[in-house]
Design a protein around this ligand. Structure first.
Ligand code: NAD
Length: 247
């Protein structure tokens, strides 16, 4: 098993890519700390746990710094370490620039950008103490190439890349083996992309060399590689997973 004995926190764990990753990490022997705002979906996730790993669920909003500290405290009390943090939680509130409401800008910045900062600032001291850890941040091809109607979202996903590179340098000081990488998915079939009209999806598929959307399990496989010791010399990278969309 590729994650045997590892304690892995995953945010946005109850749906789409985060759910696929939680189930896969458990199959690979991890103890998964599954965090999400949806209590109902967390309950479903817990029921679906294929084992042999554990899935502990926490209703946690990544914008709530106080609750984050409480959860991290509980995890340390229970397991004494954190090996992996997957900053996967994310939302969209799409609108063209001229129509974007301030509340939609703020909501996306708070979850997708500040949420990643909040979680990492809370977990980093634990990893620094251990001298070891892997942090995986979920960006998007939109953070590198932009997208019409996604001013707020693309800003956060570009920001995630900036933080990834900064933390890869900062957290590796004094010989610590703390790795920080970003994953940049293209179009993946999850509840997030269910909102995209079928006509647009079809046009997108035509532009993708592999001629299809990605599946959440395919992104989960990349998370698994970055979480495991197989990627022990990879840090500060932005790894695309998009069927060739942005070659
Ligand atoms: P999803 O909507 O299926 O899942 C997101 C999960 O995050 C949900 O369970 C939701 O409840 C949770 N969440 C939302 N706000 C939260 C908060 N404040 N605190 C904690 N949890 C919260 O979406 P997905 O497609 O699985 O997306 C996962 C990640 O992948 C996101 O960061 C997204 O931006 C990124 N991404 C997705 C795609 C895609 O095509 N689906 C492409 C590129 C990047």
């Amino acid at each position: 098993m590729r994650l045997e004995g590892k304690v892995c926190i995953i945010t946005g764990a109850a749906s789409g890519i985060g759910k696929a990753a939680s189930l896969l990490f458990s199959k690979e022997g991890a103890t998964v700390i599954a965090c999400d705002v949806s209590e109902e979906n967390l309950e479903l996730l817990r029921k679906e746990n294929p084992g042999p790993g554990r899935i502990d669920t926490y209703v946690l909003n990544v914008t709530d710094r106080e609750k984050i500290d409480e959860v991290i405290g509980t995890v340390i009390e229970k397991y004494g370490k954190i090996d992996v943090l997957v900053n996967n939680a994310g939302i969209t509130r799409d609108a063209l620039l001229l129509r974007m409401k301030e509340e939609d800008w703020d909501a996306v910045i708070n979850v997708n950008l500040k949420g990643v900062f909040n979680m990492t600032q809370a977990v980093a001291p634990v990893m620094i103490k251990q001298g070891k850890g892997s942090i995986i941040n979920t960006s998007s091809i939109v953070g590198v190439f932009g997208n019409i109607g996604q001013t707020n979202y693309s800003a956060t996903k570009a920001g995630v890349i900036g933080m990834t590179k900064t933390w890869a340098k900062e957290l590796a000081r004094k010989g610590a083996q703390i790795r920080v990488n970003a994953v940049a998915p293209g179009f993946i079939r999850t509840p997030m992309t269910e909102k995209v009209p079928e006509k647009i999806l079809q046009a997108l598929n035509d532009k993708i060399p592999l001629k299809r959307m990605g599946e959440p399990e395919e992104v989960a496989n990349l998370y698994l590689f970055l979480a495991s010791d197989e990627s022990s010399y990879i840090t500060g990278q932005v790894i695309g997973i998009d069927g060739g969309l942005v070659i």
